[in-house]
Design a protein around this ligand. Structure first.
Ligand code: VGL
Ligand code: ZN
Length: 201
């Protein structure tokens, strides 16, 4: 068992990000068995869950005439318009049925405010509104976080960059992540993580 100063954060392993889901990530379901095995070695395990209301402004459907995967300007910056996904309480928002959710002590839900998206487990996309995860980890004495899950180039990368900015030692276990890779977003995210001192394994 790893020391209590090291936490595993499992990002958005939800049905809508797995094959057959509304925003499917290729191979998203392949990583589940090994994530389960990894969880059993960590004393602190956190899951995140993308958790949007149906009227969420990151959904293309809520912008008449806008195509999924197009970009718009929001007050907090540029925003990709996604197909509707992870709507609160729907099967798509549920964790993949193979994920051992019993191993987690905390589930952080994010993206529940209609006007702002939240890729990161730590801050909404304005990079200032906190989710509370930083306080939870610090009050438990955590100094190092390992990130796995979906999607490498959005929620995993944003979480890794924020964790690094907050002063945590950050490891992204790339083999247990899968990417959306929209217009080169995976290469860009990897470069940003490396520049921020994130350890990509
Ligand atoms: C995610 C796009 C929209 C993710 C969540 O989990 O990476 N990506 N919402
Ligand atoms: Zn989302």
């Amino acid at each position: 068992m790893k020391p209590a100063t090291e936490a595993l954060i499992v990002i958005d392993v939800q049905n809508d990000f797995c094959p057959g889901g509304a925003l499917a990530v290729a191979g998203g379901d392949e990583i589940v068995p090994e994530i389960n095995a990894l969880m059993s070695g960590f004393a602190t395990v956190v899951l995140t869950q993308d958790w949007h209301p149906a009227n969420h402004l990151s959904f293309a459907d809520n912008h008449p005439g806008a195509a999924p995967f197009s970009m718009i300007d929001m007050p907090y910056g540029r925003q990709v318009l996604w197909p509707a996904h992870c709507v609160q309480g729907t099967p798509g928002a549920a964790f993949h049925s193979g994920l051992n959710t019993d191993a987690a002590q905390l589930v952080i839900r994010k993206g529940f405010r209609p006007q702002i998206d939240s890729y990161s487990a730590f801050f909404e996309n304005d990079r200032t509104t906190p989710t509370g995860l930083e306080g939870y980890l610090r009050s438990r004495g955590v100094t190092e976080v390992t990130l796995v899950g979906l999607a490498t180039d959005f929620c995993v990368a944003y979480s890794a960059l924020d964790a690094s900015r907050l002063g945590f030692r950050v490891i992204v276990q790339s083999d247990l992540c899968r990417a959306i890779d929209l217009n080169g977003s995976l290469a860009a995210a990897r470069a940003e993580m490396l520049a921020a001192g994130v350890l990509l394994t």
